[in-house]
Design a protein around this ligand. Sequence first.
Ligand code: NAP
Length: 279
Amino acid sequence: MSAVILDGKALAAKMKETVAKESAALPRKPGLAVILVGDDPASAVYVRNKEKDCADCGFLCLDYHLSADTTETELLELIAQMNDAPEVDGILVQLPLPKHLSEESAIRAIAPEKDVDCFTSENVGAMVQGKARFLPCTPGGVMALLDEYGIDPAGKHCVVLGRSNIVGKPMAQLLLQRDATVTICHSKTPNLAEECRRADILVSAVGRVGLVSADMVKEGAVVVDVAMNRGADGKLCGDVLYGEVAEKASYITPVPGGVGPLTRAQLMCNTLAASKNRQ
Ligand code: NAP
């Protein structure tokens, strides 16, 4: 078997087109404030991509690039200012922050109605209760991809590798809400291969090149690779050994071009939703 490729790039383009149309019909442009602290080159790339997405969707993008020695008070003051700014519907603090700043404090400072990343306790709690104000961007993007290809998690055994607050935990929640039976694996899980082989849908969000090999995948499983790693050749790759796993899976996401663009598209959907709520 050779797997069908789950084309995240194509779906993301479609999602952004819909967002742009809906955004153009609003009385005011949706506004996203993007706060970047310091000079991490990867973060700078992410921020540039978000600016481009905002331009594609007809959003106002307010960029705040703060120096690496910004104090916590200065950062929290800027977030408070954005909370009060009428033209700002969404606030995004690009993580990771420099070590001297508390990510928890920064997230806690964001008004939940503008928390388009769905990181605040209030929004995470609502999502877990099935009353999401915003979908967490990466897991939300994965669900959109499964839906696009008619892959229904109901009654399936889903195995999620990774339990971070950003990806693994919310991913498991969204699958559970769609009536899947979910197993979450992490660094202390014994017999990882055995757990993986039970998966009808396997989502890997670990960040280890080559973690998932073909012998860990059930014939015909759906394999979603969330990870964004740099291989020994410097190229972007996921956790999954794509070539060999694609021979065994029924559907598979490529890296790049799988989950990454959907995370960005989901952020645009959330910003539009935040704006609609406030207009
Ligand atoms: P993270 O916070 O580092 O979490 C990694 C998780 O993997 C942890 O729960 C860890 O377990 C688990 N883990 C580590 N080694 C393992 C092993 N050998 N077997 C099983 N589980 C193991 O990372 P993250 O922020 O969730 O991101 C995960 C990956 O997704 C990264 O490659 C990141 O770049 C990528 N990512 C991609 C997107 C996208 O848009 N495509 C968005 C976000 C993240 P413990 O909890 O026990 O430590």
